[in-house]
Design a protein around this ligand. Structure first.
Ligand code: HEM
Length: 204
């Protein structure tokens, strides 16, 4: 690759990858701090350190209930019938990620933060769409998931946080991302010394 191509690739990673993942993490902390039983279970699962299934479920459930991108855009190249609508070529179709994620038939008690729903079942690719769906989707999905999981793995067992606001931060559209309006401000109440487990996790 030329220097310009390399720069463009890096810029895309920063532009598409940094803010989205950081916002996903802000939502994860907000949801965990407002749902103490989920936070306790995550802490326990991380302290025993055997298995990542609950941690993965927390990441998936965060991105279901608080998708960072609310819709993906597709432009029809040929006429298509979509959900009974006959649409000509050239029309833009927006699968509404945020609305699909709140469908009660797909996600019972859809407004609740319940990572348990993903523990035994994987995420179905046409109903869980935080990274888009179909053949073309987010190229950084696996990296974003890993980044979110690793931050939670290090912070949750060691650091006690308290939300500074009485109520959950409203979700607002900021540019093209959905984001917490005030950025989920928290106070650090206590930081436990690193244990052998957290040091090993940090070194991974
Ligand atoms: C939680 C974090 C993230 C979310 C919610 C997210 C979401 C999305 C969505 C919804 C799309 C559109 C997919 C479609 O057209 O169907 C997309 C595309 C893309 N994302 Fe992400 N993304 C995240 C993290 C990342 C990261 C970490 C990277 C790179 C390091 C990245 C790079 C890209 C690129 C390059 C595209 C365009 C792919 C293409 O059109 O071929 N994203 N992302």
């Amino acid at each position: 690759m030329t220097d310009t191509e390399l720069r463009d690739e890096l810029f895309t990673m920063l532009g598409a990858g940094h803010e989205t993942t950081a916002t996903g993490l802000a939502f994860a902390f907000e949801l965990l701090l407002r749902n103490p039983p989920v936070l306790s279970r995550l802490r326990e699962e991380l302290e025993t350190g055997n298995d990542d299934s609950y941690l993965d479920a927390v990441v998936k459930e965060t991105l279901r209930l608080r998708p960072v991108i609310d819709a993906a855009e597709r432009t029809l190249t040929v006429p298509r019938t979509v959900a009974g609508w006959e649409l000509p070529a050239g029309v833009k179709v927006y699968p509404a990620i945020a609305l699909v994620h709140l469908r009660e038939d797909l996600y019972p008690r859809a407004h609740e933060f319940r990572p348990e729903r993903f523990v035994d079942e994987g995420a179905e690719s046409y109903s869980w769409l935080p990274f888009g769906g179909g053949i073309r989707r987010c190229i950084g999905a696996a990296l974003a998931h890993a980044e979110m999981a690793e931050v939670l793995r290090i912070v949750i067992p060691r650091v006690e946080l308290r939300p500074l606001r009485d109520h959950p931060d409203p979700v607002v559209l900021r540019g093209i991302t959905l984001a917490p309006k005030h950025g989920v401000q928290v106070a650090v109440e206590h930081v436990a010394p690193a244990t052998r487990y957290t040091l090993a996790a940090m070194a991974r």
